[in-house]
Design a protein around this ligand. Structure first.
Ligand code: ADP
Ligand code: ASP
Ligand code: MG
Length: 426
């Protein structure tokens, strides 16, 4: 007997027919004698629709009321799945975020899970009842509904898995695992049998939206065993217990898989892209101590995340240009804040560009192997792709390029690192 959390994303929950397919997978998992909790997303497209309603109702919407609206998508699917499971003869009930409760802290629309009272849930699961929980939603300290940021149901699932001490958290989606890059962009992307928490965390944070970044961080911290797998499977598919998807593993587990020959050691594990950033250039900023602090201080106070930063070589007359990126959604706010501080900062022009993409290559193999960055720069140069900015970390290299060249760049790099499905390991 195992305790399993199963999470189903929006595409898997899109309509009663698909919910029936999900219910069948859940029923089978429970029929094996397992205790099961299911976390569900809203139907595909539903959260976007609800977000648009909020924007139409009031462009400067109150995030607390936004949460009331957008959390409703998951309430619908959790009830529908419980009903469908009951129609299959299963004992099932829904548990809304405020009923468990899933306590969250921080701002509305991007709440973080603080604690989950799992006592009632665990007792119900022990009686064999299937618990169906809407993802994405929680409750704030003052009793108001909160949501955890887009893609947040992954985090709900991992948090529930940690709270009930689950043996595994299976994230069912519309692809059958984590690939070397988005399989919808590169047909030759290769499915990974396993990926380390650290690599998955980097991949997610630079745009591989197959898992929400926070869910990976939480799984790593709590030691939750996470598998990514497809819900679009036939009756003869291998059961989830045989791990047909991609397991997120510790570095030690990965070393064992490599030793056993079940995984190859690559310098680059995966490639991700992100089209949701925007570039800001401030020209003729005084080249003196404190100048950069004047720029980033107001942005930090407004909780605007600055990602890539380059301070160009100083011009004559003690001036320099400073380039950086912010999330596209925060561009207008960042622009207004900087214009407001124009005199303090002392820049000449503020130039913005939203038509950019960040391409990142990630791999723990980089820690011990030089030359990964130069392979990237050469492969892009050979195809005439211009690099506008570069950042690196211990296991990642990111470059900023023109958005129109995103798909080409990802494909070229996938080939350059020997990741194409029909290639040998690099
Ligand atoms: P869900 O609705 O199930 O949460 P998402 O759309 O959030 O699903 O995430 C699944 C999608 O992630 C896939 O359809 C795929 O296009 C995308 N994706 C991006 N990068 C990767 C990757 N490296 N491996 C697998 N899928 C990826
Ligand atoms: N429904 C939410 C979204 O679309 C949460 C999720 O699906 O994970 O972002
Ligand atoms: Mg998702």
């Amino acid at each position: 007997m195992a305790r399993i959390v199963m999470k189903f994303g929006g595409t898997s929950m899109a309509g009663t027919e698909r919910i029936r397919r999900v219910a069948n997978l859940v029923r089978k998992q429970a029929a094996g004698g397992n205790q099961v909790a299911v976390v569900v997303s809203a139907m595909a497209g539903e959260t976007d629709r609800l977000v648009n309603f909020c924007r139409e109702a009031n462009p400067l919407y109150d995030p607390a009321e936004y949460d009331v609206v957008v959390a409703s998508g998951e309430q619908v699917t959790s009830g529908l799945l419980a009903l469908t499971l009951q129609s299959l003869g299963c004992d099932a009930r829904s548990w809304l975020g405020w009923q468990l409760p899933v306590r969250t802290v921080e701002a509305h629309a991007k709440a973080r899970v603080e604690a989950i009272d799992a006592e009632a849930l665990t007792s119900a699961m022990e009686t064999g009842q299937i618990a169906v929980i809407p993802g994405f939603q929680g409750v704030s300290e003052d009793g108001r509904i909160t949501t955890m940021g887009r893609g947040g149901s992954d985090t709900s699932a991992v948090a529930i898995a940690a709270a009930v001490n689950a043996d595994r958290c299976d994230i069912y989606t519309d692809v059958d695992g984590v690939y070397t890059t988005d399989p919808r962009i590169v047909a030759k992307a290769r499915k990974l049998k396993a990926v380390t928490y650290e690599e998955m965390l980097e991949l997610a944070s630079v745009g591989a939206k197959v898992l929400q970044t926070r869910s990976v961080g939480l799984a790593m911290k709590e030691g939750v065993r996470v598998q990514v797998l497809s819900s679009f499977v036939g009756d003869d598919a291998i059961p989830a217990d045989e791990l047909p998807g991609t397991m997120i593993v510790s570095e030690e587990e990965m070393n064992i898989l490599v030793e056993k020959g079940e995984m190859e050691r690559q310098h680059v594990t995966g490639i991700a892209h992100d089209k949701n950033e925007a570039k800001i250039i401030l020209t003729r900023v005084p080249d003196k101590p404190g100048a950069v602090a004047h720029i980033f201080d107001p942005l930090a106070k407004a909780a605007i995340n600055v990602d890539m930063i380059i301070q160009n070589v100083g011009r004559d007359k003690g001036e320099t240009d400073v380039t950086f990126t912010v999330p596209q959604a925060d561009l207008a706010r960042a622009q207004a804040l900087l214009e407001d501080k124009r005199d303090d900062i002392g820049f000449n022009r503020l130039i913005t560009d939203s038509k950019i993409a960040k391409i990142s290559v990630v791999g723990v193999g980089m820690k011990s192997h030089a030359g990964v960055a130069s392979t990237m720069f050469k492969a892009l140069a050979d195809r005439g792709i211009n690099i506008q900015a570069i950042t690196t970390s211990e296991i990642k290299v990111s470059v900023l390029i023109d958005e129109d060249e995103t798909e080409l760049a990802v494909r070229v790099l996938h080939t350059a690192y020997g990741l194409d499905a029909d290639d040998e390991a690099a």
